[in-house]
Design a protein around this ligand. Structure first.
Ligand code: A3P
Length: 319
């Protein structure tokens, strides 16, 4: 399948938008206050125009490198546990990003208006779009949104490794860590600023907790069991006492664990979209790895940002 060409109209719009070069040499454009990877703009516009959410849909959302892969595996397994047994899970033979597609990096990247109506329910899609840029029908329908975020220091470190590992712009010289970090703190990174991205979903979850489930990577790492149950309840499919007795919650947690997914043959080899190594989505899977890469002064800078940007929101990160 060929990628859709950017129309002249969109090309003209792109030229009016503020642009920046990301740490890895790829272009970001500022749209509605957010820095979108240029490659995602046309698919996002197509999704905004054509995507029709169903009430039964589950939409997974995040900033890149916040635990999206884990969330995909968990939600897919929880939502489909009565249809596919865990030992037959497609996650054993396919990468989570193949099992649960992105709106902007898979479906609408290749087609202007892909036919999604007949996919079995619940349809599960993922997007990195900020809340306010989501297609209207996602916000307005009864569909569920599950957001995962992560403390920005670990997210920055994870993202930097990911971009260096998947060097897409072959001739580009990646920025050194100080320069990259400086851009990050200015909010200039894919789907940034992180504070606006996170606050958009945090506020939406406060306003309508039935609609938006707000998760933190660190909380899932601390204890996955209550979160697997919480996700199941949130999507209207709580575990029965019988399932709990049979250990289904533990089986799903184990299937989706970092150690298990990382060691599967499919996740050790191969590529997504021909350029992203499957293995690059499974690096360390730890909380607090930033300490091995960033200075205390860098951490202070982000802590100060969090205090000022999240002031009064009730949102806190354990760093
Ligand atoms: P690290 O680079 O810190 O290891 P995303 O899925 O949003 O791209 O985020 C990737 C980050 O989540 C990486 O973090 C990756 O190792 C971690 N990750 C992937 N699968 C995971 C899992 N099953 N459990 C915990 N962390 C996971």
């Amino acid at each position: 399948m060929e990628k859709k060409e950017v129309s002249n109209e969109l090309q003209e719009l792109l030229q009016t938008l503020e642009q920046q070069t990301n740490w890895d040499g790829r272009r970001l454009v500022k749209y509605d206050g957010f820095w979108l990877p240029e490659i995602a703009v046309r698919p996002i516009f197509s999704a905004q125009r054509y995507f029709k959410a169903k009430d039964s849909d589950i939409i997974l959302t995040s900033i890149p490198k916040s635990g999206t892969t884990w969330l995909k595996a968990l939600v897919f397994s929880i939502a489909n546990r009565n249809v596919i047994s865990i030992d037959q899970s497609p996650l054993l033979t396919s990468h989570p990003h193949t099992v649960v597609p992105f709106l902007e990096f898979n479906l609408y990247l290749f087609q202007e208006n892909p036919h999604l109506q007949d996919l079995p329910s619940p349809r599960i899609f993922t997007t990195h779009m900020p809340f306010k840029i989501l297609p209207d029908s996602i916000r307005e329908s009864e569909c569920k949104i599950i957001y995962i975020c992560r403390n920005p220091l670990d997210q920055f470190v994870s993202h930097r490794h990911f971009l260096l590992e998947n060097k897409i712009e072959k001739d580009a010289v990646p920025l050194d860590i100080d320069a990259a970090f400086d851009l990050f703190c200015q909010g200039i990174h894919p789907f940034g600023p992180f504070w606006d991205h996170i606050l958009g979903y945090w506020n939406a979850g406060l306003k309508n907790p039935e609609k938006v489930l707000f998760l933190r990577y660190e909380d899932l790492k601390e204890d996955i069991t209550p979160h697997v149950k919480k996700i199941a309840e949130f999507i209207g499919s709580p575990f029965s006492p019988e399932e709990e007795k049979q250990g289904v919650v533990d089986q799903i947690s184990r299937l989706c664990s970092f150690e298990n997914l990382r060691n599967l043959e499919v996740n050790k080899n191969g590529y997504i979209l021909k350029v992203l190594k499957n293995s690059s989505f499974f690096r360390k899977g730890e909380v607090g790895d930033w300490i091995n890469h960033l200075t205390p002064a860098m951490a202070e800078r982000v802590k100060d940002l969090l205090v000022s940007k999240f002031d009064g929101s009730g949102l806190i990160f354990k760093i």
